[in-house]
Ligand binder design. Structure first.
Ligand code: PLP
Length: 399
């Protein structure tokens, strides 16, 4: 699939206040008006190009929004102070008391906890389903369902969602399809496959330097404007606004995303293939052995590959811990949560990033305690990395 959006970002050019090649950073929370009437109009949302107050919008945030909307091929975007700061207002904007959400059962632990434990307080209920089984997804839809929610590549099991088929279901039942694309920026463009709203934790690949927490929701002009409505917009009223200094730095980092994603994917595919040949059961969508490999290939922008995330089961949590500590000692990366960094990051999600999911549900979805999730880094010499990782696997008795 050709990604027109990728070329659109390439054409974006910004000029700073004094002709700088980077846009000037708007370091203000409030804005002056020469005429009182224009302040009123701006408040009502009827004046384009005027700013009122930075919780609503700021020039720096709008530059970043423009780049992200171009990347995802949507009309508009709204940046937030974290990925959760994008997910939670999106769902609150779409659902009210009595509404129902059908959600993939393999999702980021924070999103799971929000839907399982928090939204029921507002009488919003969620059915968690195996998103790879479309019959099960369809049978979970009720008259009250408003949203179909999934991750394009799921955290941490790397299940791949069939976005075109889910979009057909969403259209059939008049639902909004929301896709968290954090694991596969540029590689998958959910909007072009039929998603209505695309979310990212910018904390991960898009920023790429593990120095900030940030998020974005991308969608139609109507939806993004509704989030920012001063009377009933969830982003405006819940207030998870991104700071201008941060959005300026995320925008600068984003310019190398296309190069980084190619390298993350190339390195992850190399390691996945090598370790699979060695007899380890690797989960990686780029391997033919992955259950949704063909599906991924039917949806992806081939030049960006299958992403930088892979996983395998070390058997027990003790074994996983032993291996991760050794790899950190051998300078192969960090025993840390999160992803998208230049160094490889690894953790055992069952007891970490997915610990919000109860043990019995983890078992049902195939998340074992010894599962290690890797975010493969940008190593220049990946062959050397493979040799050194293999030594660690041999030392702990996994090879
Ligand atoms: N979505 C996914 C897939 C994630 O992995 C995460 C965090 O790990 C989030 C959303 C939440 O993002 P943030 O930590 O920026 O709030």
């Amino acid at each position: 699939m050709k990604n027109k959006a990728v070329n659109e970002i390439q054409d974006l050019q910004y000029f700073g206040e004094f002709g700088g090649v980077n846009p000037s950073i708007s370091d203000s929370s409030t804005y002056t008006f020469l005429a009182a009437k224009s302040m009123m109009d701006t408040f009502e949302g009827t004046t384009e190009g005027c700013y009122l107050y930075s919780r609503h919008s700021s020039p720096s945030n709008l530059y970043l929004c423009e780049a992200l909307a171009a990347m995802e091929g949507t009309e508009k975007a709204n940046v937030a102070a974290s990925g959760m700061g994008a997910i939670t207002p999106t769902l609150f904007q779409l659902c009210g008391a009595g509404d129902h959400i059908v959600c993939s059962r393999t999702i980021y632990g924070g999103t799971y906890a929000f839907l399982k434990n928090f939204t029921p307080r507002f009488n919003i209920s969620t059915s968690f389903v195996d998103i790879t089984n479309l019959d099960i997804v369809e049978s979970a839809i009720t008259k009250k369902t408003k949203v179909l929610y999934c991750e394009s590549v799921s955290n941490p099991l790397l299940e791949v969602a069939d976005i075109p088929s889910l979009s057909k279901l969403a259209k059939k039942y008049n639902l909004t399809l929301v896709v968290d694309n954090t694991f596969s920026p540029l590689s998958i463009t959910p909007k072009l496959l039929g998603a209505d709203i695309v979310i990212h934790s910018l904390t991960k690949y898009i920023n790429g330097t593990s120095d900030t927490v940030a998020g974005v929701m991308c969608g139609s002009k109507d939806f993004i404007d509704s989030l920012k409505n001063v009377n009933d917009g969830a982003s405006m009223l819940l207030g998870p606004v991104m700071d201008s200094l941060r959005s300026a730095s995320v925008l600068k980092n984003m310019r190398t995303l296309h190069i980084r994603m190619k390298k993350h994917s190339e390195n992850a595919l190399y390691l996945a293939q090598k370790f699979e040949q060695d007899g380890i059961r690797i989960m990686y969508p780029g391997l033919e052995s992955h259950p949704q490999h063909t599906l991924y290939k039917s949806m992806y922008n081939a030049q960006f590959g299958f992403g930088g995330m892979l996983a395998f089961d070390a058997g027990t949590l003790e074994k996983a811990d032993e291996l991760m500590e050794l790899m950190q000692e051998e300078k192969l990366g960090y025993l840390a949560v999160s992803l998208g960094f230049y160094k490889t990051l690894f953790n055992a999600p069952g007891s970490g990033t997915s610990s919000e999911i109860p043990e019995n549900e983890q078992a049902a979805m195939g998340l074992s305690e010894g599962l290690i999730r890797f975010s493969i880094g940008l190593d220049n010499d990946i062959e050397r990395t493979y040799i050194n990782m293999k030594k660690c696997l041999v030392k702990v008795g996994l090879l």
